[in-house]
Design a protein around this ligand. Structure first.
Ligand SMILES: Nc1ncnc2c1ncn2[C@@H]1O[C@H](COP(=O)(O)OP(=O)(O)O)[C@@H](O)[C@H]1O
Ligand SMILES: [Mg+2]
Length: 488
């Protein structure tokens, strides 16, 4: 029955409302009970006063006892809807007359309480007749200064069933119940609306997640407000966007890998076929074919190795061994490594390294970064061109302020390494994308590149909390800049 969040919310709202109504109602009735009793006693006093005055007047006029009794009977009959009895008591509190008849001869108990009404002292108490329910009695002392005992006169007593006094508050019960039911109905209606406003967006999130599970990643939930539900919707949208992006990246990756494997495989297959059907006959032809097959296999091997390496860095499986590194020395080693290739292409490689603070880094990984950049530079520089490597330190960008004001926090300087080459130009529309996996500006270019080199460079630099940027124009050539935070 309470399966859905909405019904749970409604049930809990209803329970809380019911509980507060019961508590408020109980407290209210408790207070009311007292006031209703007081009201009832005042009402009795208001009836007793004129009746007592009348009795006095009769006695002063010398009206006979029989006439007085008759008059009391008439008055009791007139007030019959109050279920009221009129008694007379003598100075020793003996009941001498009772409009109900049965109490004559009994003595009136002592009052349980007394007070003033309109300046007149009043006393009341409870009387237990032998033959019926308890009665609340009230005596009005109209002229307390006159001693009734001395005058030998009787006092008037008004008695009503005790229950009509103590249960007077019950008359209010139907009204109170009605109000409670009305309040309950209105609050449940409000609870319905509230529950819908909470459960509605959740249902949307659920629906969208189900769609995502079915493979439809283009999900968006409209967000309104800033409450937790809105935050949930915002987080969901972010997640949907990222999962969608990841899905696209994975599809692209698969397409790229299969595409890049197809070319070498086709060529290997072709040569193998040619060997089988006898197109390749001579020993030299076999050697040539075998070399090409070997090269293609090596290329595929490198591609697979690079991919594995990238995924290892991304998943954090590759540990970065941080040591204090002397960047100029590292650069010199890298330059030596590409020197033969550069000489072969007819290029000069120059290194200009200023003294820089050490960098906490993994020398093997950083060497990979610089060799990749140098290799690209050598590959893309036209013959007769120049590759220029520079290292210098640069003040850290001043951005961090303590508590938003005061002195800027002093961070250690950055170490910058620039790899510049002449004669190559990356058009602006490609500049933003060359760090993506498999991205190559000119896919038709015949070199052994897979487009993974710069992706690896960026991953390694980021793992060292650094940045890598590129600038390129047709006149001066292309410059890659690696910025690393120094250890100083
Ligand atoms: N120094 C450079 N000059 C011109 N273009 C470059 C240079 N370095 C990289 N590129 C471009 O960026 C692309 C991606 O480089 P990279 O990720 O190293 O892949 P690969 O070298 O395997 O082609 C290259 O294909 C090339 O188009
Ligand atoms: Mg490369």
């Amino acid at each position: 029955m309470f399966g859905s969040l909405r019904s749970k919310l409604i049930a809990s709202y209803a329970f809380v409302i019911f509980l507060s109504l019961v508590l408020a109602g109980t407290g209210f009735t408790f207070l009311l009970r007292y006031y209703q009793t007081q009201l009832r006693l005042n009402y009795l006093a208001d009836i007793s006063l004129p009746l007592t005055a009348e009795l006095w007047w009769y006695e002063r006029r010398g009206v006979s006892q029989a006439d007085i009794n008759q008059s009391l009977q008439d008055q009791a009959a007139r007030l019959s809807q109050l279920d009221l009895r009129l008694l007379l008591v003598d100075s020793r509190r003996m009941i001498t007359f009772d409009t109900g008849g049965s109490l004559v001869g009994q003595s009136l108990p002592d009052p349980s309480d007394q007070r003033q009404r309109s300046g007149v002292p009043i006393e009341w108490g409870v009387l237990n007749p032998p033959d019926g329910k308890p009665l609340t009695f009230m005596v009005v002392h109209l002229r307390p200064d006159r001693d009734t005992a001395r005058l030998g006169r009787d006092n008037l007593v008004v008695a009503v069933p005790e229950q009509t006094v103590t249960s007077a508050w019950l008359q209010l019960a139907p009204g109170l119940t009605g109000a409670a039911i009305l309040a309950m109905i209105i609050s449940v209606a409000v609870a319905l609306v509230l529950a819908r406003s909470i459960a509605g967006p959740l249902a949307q999130v659920t629906k969208a997640s189900e769609q995502m599970a079915k493979g439809d990643f283009e999900q968006f939930i409209p967000v309104s407000g800033t409450d937790e539900i809105a935050q949930l919707a915002t987080s969901f949208n972010t997640m949907a966007r990222e999962v969608g992006q990841m899905n696209r990246t994975m599809r692209d990756l698969l397409a790229n890998v299969s595409h890049d494997l197809r070319t070498p495989l086709t060529s290997i297959e072709g040569f193998a076929q040619a060997m089988i059907d006898g197109t390749i006959k001579t020993h030299e032809e076999f050697v040539d074919a075998a070399r090409i097959i070997g090269d293609e296999a090596e290329r595929m091997h490198r591609l697979v190795e690079d991919l594995l390496y990238l995924s290892k860095i991304e998943s954090g499986q590759i540990r970065i061994e941080r040591k204090n590194l002397d960047i100029p020395a590292l650069l010199a080693a890298c330059v030596r490594q590409v020197q033969p290739q550069a000489a072969h292409a007819g290029l000069s490689v120059e290194l200009d390294a200023l003294p820089v603070p050490p960098v906490l880094a993994d020398s093997h990984r950083l060497q990979q970064v610089f060799v990749n950049l140098l290799d690209n530079a050598v590959k893309h520089t036209p013959a007769g061109g120049k590759v220029h490597v520079r290292a210098y330190s640069e003040p850290a960008p001043v951005r961090t302020f303590e508590h938003g004001r005061g002195k800027p926090k002093q961070s250690p300087p950055w170490v910058a390494v620039e790899v510049h080459n002449t004669g190559s130009h990356i058009p602006p529309e490609h500049v933003d994308r060359i760090f993506e996996r498999f991205y190559r500006v000119d896919r038709s270019r015949k070199d052994d590149g897979s487009g993974l080199g710069l992706a690896i460079v960026r991953e390694i630099v980021q793992a060292h909390n650094g940045r890598v940027t590129v600038k390129s124009d047709a006149q001066t050539g292309t410059t890659f800049t690696v910025l690393l935070p120094s250890a100083a």
